[in-house]
Write a protein that binds this ligand. Structure first.
Ligand SMILES: Cc1cc2nc3c(=O)[nH]c(=O)nc-3n(C[C@H](O)[C@H](O)[C@H](O)COP(=O)(O)OP(=O)(O)OC[C@H]3O[C@@H](n4cnc5c(N)ncnc54)[C@H](O)[C@@H]3O)c2cc1C
Length: 322
């Protein structure tokens, strides 16, 4: 029997987050033949419900003012109330998913599979998923008894959205189930990130610098290359922590999410926190002196080389070719 599968739809400004469609891909890989039901919670949900209904067959809407800002303390009693026994629930591995998933799985008596990055053919209710350990250097392949259902959090970017076709989905208004929810935590405010001099989220070609650049003065090598390529400069978190570049240049889970066509990663190891900020399957070219650096697993093209030797030569070559 095909499992009853649900995906939790994160959304902002009336639009579903990319993660919603990534969860659909993950659900279809984990449970071939399933028809995932989209769970949409919040306030003023018509736009996002219609968007999800056009992609999936069934949407459950929970529209309440109390749910306007995601709060795990409100969501777990709601989900415990509405999910059927044995449900398979996929959440994004975001701060909300990490907050909600563990306690919810205990209350549902369901298995908990966090931070899934891949799947293998599952057998019945024995799920087979892949996670990463030790900063992406080791893959673990898990077999899990999910006969009592499962709560699965899925790493952002691990399952690119696929065409879902067009559905004439049905939106069931189940807002009544979300009445009277209370929590001790209350939402205070959203503080938008400071705007930088350039907006790396809109750039098509990015040159990203990591700790492998070695020294602040070596940044000039990357800047010259970016200039020659007509690219914008961005970076991994250690470069921001060292105050070599502004926070508005940081790519990753605690930085910005970018969707370039080309991403040139210079001396970046490939942590999931960094790769999680790169969306849209760009041409990812990685230059690293360590042939075993995890970034090479994600890269379209990998170059094993010392940056300090390669960058001046590369910049020179680009100038010559113009
Ligand atoms: C809660 C949390 C949130 C985080 N958020 C982010 C985030 O948003 N973005 C982010 O980037 N990180 C984030 N991190 C940090 C993340 O875990 C990694 O530590 C970080 O991404 C590593 O940056 P890096 O690849 O530049 O450095 P390293 O991991 O130190 O890698 C440096 C690489 O450079 C290579 N190298 C060294 N010298 C040379 C050379 N001369 N030539 C070529 N290659 C060379 C090395 O082989 C190595 O692979 C977060 C961490 C936590 C805990």
């Amino acid at each position: 029997m095909v499992a009853k599968v649900f995906i939790f739809v994160a959304h902002t400004d009336g639009k579903a987050d990319d993660t919603a469609f990534e969860l659909v891909t993950a659900a279809k890989r984990l449970f071939p033949g399933c028809a995932p039901v989209a769970l949409v919670t919040g306030s003023g949900l018509d736009g996002v419900c219609q968007e999800m209904a056009a992609a999936l067959g069934e949407v459950w809407k929970f529209d309440q003012a109390a749910l306007a800002h995601p709060n795990a303390e409100l969501l777990w009693p709601l989900l415990v109330k509405v999910l059927p026994a044995g449900a398979m629930l996929l959440l994004p591995h975001s701060s909300l998913g990490m907050d909600l998933g563990p306690g919810l799985s205990v209350r549902l008596g369901a298995a908990y599979l966090p931070d899934v990055v891949g799947t293998e053919a599952s057998e019945g209710t024995t799920l087979r998923v892949i996670r990463q350990e030790f900063n992406g250097q080791v893959s673990t392949h898990l077999h899990c008894d999910a006969s009592g259902g499962a709560v699965i959090t899925v790493r952002s970017g691990a399952f690119p959205p696929e065409a879902t076709g067009s559905a004439v989905g049905q939106v069931s208004d189940r807002s009544g189930d979300a009445e009277g929810l209370t929590a001790r935590r209350t939402f205070v405010e959203v503080i938008p990130a400071e705007a930088g001099d350039i907006d790396i989220t809109r750039e098509e070609v990015l040159v990203a610098v990591g700790r492998g650049i070695g020294d602040q003065e070596n940044l000039a090598l990357a800047e010259e290359l970016a200039l020659a390529m007509g690219a914008a400069l961005c970076c991994s978190r250690p470069i921001v922590d060292a105050k070599w570049l502004a926070k508005s240049r940081q790519v990753g889970t605690s930085g910005l999410t970018v969707q370039p066509k080309v991403y040139l990663a210079l001396g970046i190891s490939g942590s999931f926190q960094h790769l999680g900020g790169i969306k849209g399957s760009p041409l990812l070219v990685a230059i690293n002196k360590n042939p075993n650096a995890p970034i090479f697993q994600a890269a379209s093209v990998g170059v094993v080389a010392d940056l300090l030797e390669l960058l001046p030569a590369l910049t020179e070559k680009i100038h010559q070719s113009r």
